[in-house]
Design a protein around this ligand. Structure first.
Ligand SMILES: Nc1ncnc2c1ncn2[C@@H]1O[C@H](COP(=O)(O)OP(=O)(O)OP(=O)(O)O)[C@@H](O)[C@H]1O
Ligand SMILES: [Mg+2]
Length: 267
């Protein structure tokens, strides 16, 4: 069974009011249906504004859909409340594009990584500290003890993103939405972060929705790729099919604007 199934998912945002007349709306996600299999890296690609982030946020219930359903492990998450919602939140996490935004500048590395454990009331005292160190070691920030008291501004961009990943994984989620996780990073450190994410998928049995507008990155990371255009999925298939043999004119246009399909290598 798929871990995630969406059916006819739609999200409409009210935007500014016209000067005279009614409310205006933007349909960010328009009738989207797909499945994500367990331990799969499912890619969502498409130009800016095509609805990728909105789709990711819907899957984590950070946004309410306007209509449609989302089944997670067979349960419709759009109906969860209370304790069930809290336990769902523990099983899913998001990694953002910009670790400067996802990490509180006033929090030490320890505070940032420990916070999800505190919110979820998972561990305390020595056990909490042990889990934080384990999460930092998992993202290969070693020696972890020497980083615990550092602040985000004292870290390199790559280290900051690793801390953000450690924070996302400390509650041992089984589904992660990674929204453009390397696009703010220097090209020289991107491959290291991408390889880390693939290794974590293998080690922790993670399922991932990987959002990017970079087809080279999508080809490197994903098992299957869905191409979004104006809120709709216009093409969905294995990465080989989508990238080697695109069917939709929009996918071809997207591919023709990719300058460097060979620059990522396994390190
Ligand atoms: N909170 C919001 N309120 C109003 N409109 C929104 C909101 N969030 C997104 N939108 C609109 O929905 C559409 C899809 O946005 P979304 O952020 O999902 O696109 P995206 O594919 O992630 O783009 P990018 O590659 O730039 O991150 C856009 O037209 C955007 O302006
Ligand atoms: Mg986005």
């Amino acid at each position: 069974m798929a871990l995630i199934t969406t059916e006819n998912l739609r999200k409409v945002f009210p935007v500014r009011k016209r000067l005279f007349g009614g409310q205006e709306y933007v349909t960010a996600v328009d009738d989207v249906s797909f499945k994500i299999h367990r331990r799969e890296v499912f890619g969502l690609v498409g130009e800016s504004g095509s609805g990728k982030t909105t789709c990711g946020r819907l899957l984590l219930r950070l946004l309410e859909p306007t209509s449609g359903s989302i089944y997670y492990d067979g349960v419709d998450i759009t109906k969860l409340t209370g304790r069930e919602l809290l336990s769902f939140r523990r099983r899913v996490q998001m990694i953002f594009q910009n670790p400067y935004e996802s990490l509180n500048p006033r929090f030490t590395v320890y505070d940032s990584v420990a916070e999800p454990l505190i919110i979820q009331r998972i561990a305390d005292g020595e056990e909490r500290r042990r889990r934080v160190i384990e999460a930092l070691e998992r993202v290969r920030l070693t020696p972890a003890e020497s980083l615990l008291r550092r602040y985000p501004h004292e870290l390199s961009g790559g280290q900051r993103q690793r801390v953000a990943i450690a924070r996302a994984l400390v509650t041992e989620p089984d589904f992660v939405v990674a929204d453009e996780p390397v696009s703010m990073l220097d090209v020289s450190i991107r491959a290291g972060i991408l390889n880390l994410m693939l290794d974590l998928r293998d080690d922790l049995d993670l399922t991932m929705l990987f959002i990017t507008h970079d087809l080279a990155v999508a080809r490197y990371m994903c098992d299957r790729i869905a191409v979004m255009h104006k809120g709709r999925i216009v093409e969905l298939g294995s990465k080989e099919d989508v990238i080697e043999n695109p069917q939709h004119p929009y996918t071809r246009a997207l591919l023709s604007s990719v300058p460097r399909l060979h620059s990522l290598s396994k390190t």
